[in-house]
Design a protein around this ligand. Structure first.
Ligand SMILES: Nc1nc2c(ncn2[C@@H]2O[C@H](COP(=O)(O)OP(=O)(O)OP(=O)(O)O)[C@@H](O)[C@H]2O)c(=O)[nH]1
Ligand SMILES: [Mg+2]
Length: 441
């Protein structure tokens, strides 16, 4: 494949140097108008970016420069005049607490002359630095190129309307050339993504052929999905106190219940443009197309955060489940960090969910109840089967016992009485094929 094109969405141009993937230690100023910028600050901190100043302006967005032009010029002057010792010294990034239009990104960049990221560009850069598998990189690159294309089109537009002088030596042709290359790379990446999605589908078909059931773990980013996955499956996955540590789906078998598959996946976040989330649809679908969906909520969050994050998770799940709704169960995680769960329970029930389960992956509190509730939802109540000894000439009872072990999850055995979790269809098949040797107690 050709050398990847160096475009930095939001800089208002084609970046000539190395495309950066590590932003640790960068200094930024944050501009915001409405809403609470806390989540944006957490995203920047996750990447090791230091926010040296937060500026606020009331009122409506300026369609060209987000802040009013005069105020933005003041910001630009301060950045360019800053000397050693000034808080703005070394600032090479302006963050906007909004999903900005390409026009605003380019307009601000022209004034401040440093990189400009809105929420989408910040998330993209975060995804790029966390993508460490071929599939995640393909997904993120698609999202990045789509975002870059809008900025490039804005540049072409400005040059055509005479708002901006030609870019670099090549002027408009250079930018149009890059646009063509971006479109070509996007087409190649989409093909690659389709192949990856097909391979995922095939793997899923093979896994579930033997009657395995899948439980998806969904929830806001940092809710504790990977931690729960790891403790239930005994399989190591990346767990970090960072937003978007996980970018793709990992499947594991639940310990002691190999017929239950768990799917850990990328988390949700508010106001993620659907274009961006669409880039992850193959990986997300793998965990959302399941028999039971656990929606994880961090119980150590404030009540209003719990409500906001749960409603975002629900909306994203429903938007992505056009073929009908999978049973959902809310799970309050990190119970060791919350003093009381009563208010959280009330909010969750007011949102129409059934009583949440409460767990801690760290102390293991509530895990047995969670496993039991998952099995109940997947297979219905446990059943007890009796294997008759039969005549001496007949097949040994042990052979039937072993068939029962293959068909479900056995929880106890007393002589030839066996109690297990097993779906009704499988149970009926087992009994019908046993010629009267297996019966329900
Ligand atoms: N105290 C406590 N911390 C927990 C628990 N479960 C998870 N954490 C912490 O919460 C942070 C996020 O956990 P992850 O399991 O990576 O969360 P995630 O939902 O997979 O996050 P992303 O993949 O980034 O969306 C980590 O620092 C975990 O150690 C828990 O039961 N108790
Ligand atoms: Mg994770």
């Amino acid at each position: 494949m050709d050398e990847p094109i160096r475009v930095l969405a939001g800089t208002g141009g084609v970046a000539l140097g190395e495309a950066r993937t590590n932003h640790f230690g960068r200094r930024a100023i944050l501009l915001h108008r409405e809403g609470n910028p806390r989540e944006l600050i957490a995203l920047a901190e996750t990447m090791g970016i230091e926010i040296v100043d937060i500026q606020h302006q009331k009122g409506k967005d300026d369609p060209r420069t987000y802040f009013g032009k005069g105020r933005m010029q003041d910001v630009a002057d301060e950045i360019s005049a800053s000397i050693t010792g000034h808080p703005y010294h070394g600032v090479d990034l302006v963050l906007l607490h909004t999903n900005a239009s390409p026009r605003q990104l380019v307009g601000i960049n022209e004034l401040v002359q440093v990189e400009v990221w809105d929420r989408v560009r910040l998330l993209l850069s975060l995804f790029i630095s966390h993508a460490n598998s071929v599939e995640a990189r393909t997904q993120v690159r698609i999202a990045q190129l789509k975002a870059d294309r809008t900025v490039l089109s804005e540049l072409v537009n400005r040059q055509l309307t005479g708002e901006r002088a030609g870019f670099g030596g090549g002027g408009i042709q250079a930018v149009q050339g890059v646009l063509t290359t971006v479109s070509r790379e996007l087409a190649q990446l989409r093909k690659k993504q389709q192949k990856q999605a097909l391979a995922r589908k095939e793997r899923r078909r093979q896994r579930t052929r033997g009657g395995a059931r899948t439980v998806g773990l969904a929830g806001y980013t940092n809710a504790g999905k990977s931690s729960l996955f790891s403790v239930l499956c005994g399989k190591e996955v990346l767990i970090e106190n960072k937003l978007f540590s996980t970018l793709e789906t990992t499947i594991g078998r639940m310990e002691m219940s190999p017929r239950v598959l768990l799917a850990d996946t990328i988390g949700f976040i508010d106001e993620l443009p659907s274009d961006l989330l669409d880039a992850f649809h193959a990986t997300l679908d793998e965990s959302l197309e399941c028999d039971l969906l656990l929606i994880l909520v961090d119980s150590s969050d404030t009540i209003s955060e719990i409500e906001r994050k749960l409603s975002t998770s629900r909306r994203e799940v429903l938007d992505r489940s056009p073929d009908g709704i999978v049973p959902m169960q809310v799970v309050l995680t990190k119970s060791d960090r919350a003093e009381s769960h009563e208010n959280a329970k009330q909010v969750i029930s007011a949102m129409g969910f059934s009583e949440p389960l409460i767990v801690s992956s760290h102390t293991q509190e509530g895990l047995d109840e969670l496993r039991e509730s998952m099995l109940m939802s997947l297979f219905g109540p446990q059943k007890t089967l009796i294997v008759s000894k039969g005549e001496a000439s007949e097949r040994s009872a042990e052979a039937y016992v072993s068939q029962i072990y293959d068909a479900g999850i056995v929880t106890s055995k007393a002589g030839y009485e066996i109690t297990l979790w097993c779906c009704n269809r499988e149970l009926e098949r087992l009994i019908a094929k046993s010629g009267g040797r297996i019966s329900l107690k």
